[in-house]
Design a protein around this ligand. Structure first.
Ligand code: SF4
Ligand code: SF4
Length: 410
């Protein structure tokens, strides 16, 4: 890993002036130091360094908050090394709200200048708050994907619409098919809509084919997950925008086809309207069953961290996976992190690559023709794609969103 996982000294106590990196000391004191989170932490697994574990980070943050440790470069380094996968929350018997503490700490470190966010990521976060501009800026990416020209390891081939929005497409299909079942709103997302729009279109088709009414409010904004990951400003503005866009709708739920976006949106609007992962929502319906001609294909299902550890779902419903018509199984280590972590694979690329390397190795020996790696978060899809693009996985395999496997046009 690039960062100093094993410093020559333990972070030393300095001035006792309280740096108070955040005002939530009660949250920090909830850790009982049992260590049950260590073995599930990808950065601890890689480094063996207590300071790079959930317990170690919580201790550093608490010592700084209580003034026993001066603001220390190691603390910021270990904070940046955290993927934010939240596996530690699932393992914790004391219900330590690690994700909430991490979000506050990241923001405090950026605000105080202890962490510097690269310019390109700050620009991306700013762009994400202006959907029309983001869509325009990403037009070349949509074009390249349509042409099968994939200059970056995170870009996988697809057929995104160039100009028609998901909102317009949903309105068109609603007029054509007039479903009469439950009514939901769809979060389209910023990166999903601007680069991977065909997944939004597939989501609309699958919902409407299964008699679900879909509305796509045009006033919605980015979920704010990118800003949360980076610790930059703008999260509150986006949350307010989405409260206005979704809060007053007459819908059963807002559905999300990206688990990270769903987790972030839930923080904003869960008091107004339920936020559901679209696959979890589909699991409650009697789905149209796909028939497959490619009987030799094998689907390996990976579970995004923000689905199982963030949204606390058991997984992707079996009935949904069965409805794809494919022979499928859970990928080995399906509940472990793939290293994508929102923008982690851009901020800490070597760490992300090492985490993925362990998890993706099975694909080299996996049975099936073709081999399909399916998940439910576009950022995880990008990370998995990089395993093939960089030669970590040497055999060909396809990366798909599970909703694409249910798609009547898929
Ligand atoms: S969020 Fe993930 S990487 Fe960070 S401390 Fe928890 S388990 Fe480790
Ligand atoms: S499992 Fe929870 S209580 Fe135990 S050390 Fe980890 S964060 Fe603290």
């Amino acid at each position: 890993m690039t960062s100093p996982m094993t410093p020559s000294t333990t972070p030393s106590a300095g001035s006792h002036a309280c740096p108070a990196p955040h005002g939530e000391r009660d949250l920090l004191t909830s850790c009982v130091h049992c260590g049950l989170c260590l073995e599930v932490c990808p950065t601890y697994q890689l480094s063996g360094d207590e300071n790079n574990s959930p317990r170690g980070r919580l201790r550093l943050w608490r010592e700084e908050a209580e003034g026993r440790l001066a603001p220390d470069p190691w603390t910021a380094t270990y904070t940046q090394d955290c993927v934010g996968c939240l596996a530690c929350e699932s393992a914790c018997p004391a219900n330590v709200p690690y994700g909430e503490i991490l979000e506050q700490t990241r923001h405090a470190h950026v605000a105080s200048g202890r962490t510097r966010t690269p310019l390109k990521l700050r620009l991306a976060a700013a762009l994400a708050t202006r959907p029309w501009l983001f869509n325009l800026a990403m037009l070349p990416a949509r074009l390249l994907r349509r042409w099968g020209i994939l200059p970056h390891k995170f870009l996988f081939a697809g057929q995104p619409a160039l100009s028609q929005s998901t909102a317009s497409y949903a309105e068109q299909l609603m007029r054509q098919h007039r479903p009469t079942g439950p009514r939901v709103a769809l979060l389209t997302g910023c990166l999903m809509e601007s680069v991977f729009r065909e997944i939004n279109f597939a989501t609309v088709r699958v919902l409407i084919e299964n008699n679900v009414q879909v509305v796509v409010p045009r006033t919605q904004g980015c979920c704010g997950a990118m800003q949360e990951h980076l610790g930059v400003d703008g999260v509150d503005v986006l949350r307010n925008q989405n409260r206005s866009a979704f809060g007053a709708l007459d819908v059963e739920a807002v559905v999300c086809n990206s688990s990270g976006c769903g987790l972030a949106l839930g923080k904003a609007i869960r008091d107004e309207v339920p936020v559901r992962d679209v696959l979890d929502f589909l699991g409650g319906l009697k789905l149209v069953q796909r028939k497959r001609a490619d009987a030799g294909a094998r689907v390996y299902v990976d579970l995004p961290c923000h689905l199982v550890h963030g949204q606390k779902l058991a997984g992707i419903p079996k009935s949904v996976l069965d409805a794809t018509g494919y022979s499928w199984e859970l990928a080995p280590q399906a509940r472990d992190c793939c290293g994508s972590g929102g923008v982690y694979n851009l901020q800490q690329p070597e760490n992300a690559r090492e985490i993925l390397s362990r998890k993706s190795a099975f694909l080299n020996e996996a049975a099936g023709t073709p081999v399909i790696l399916a998940t439910s978060n576009h950022v995880c899809m990008m990370q998995w794609n990089s395993a093939g693009a960089t030669g970590q996985v040497k055999r060909p395999f396809l990366v798909r969103h599970v909703v694409q496997l249910l798609d009547p046009l898929g």
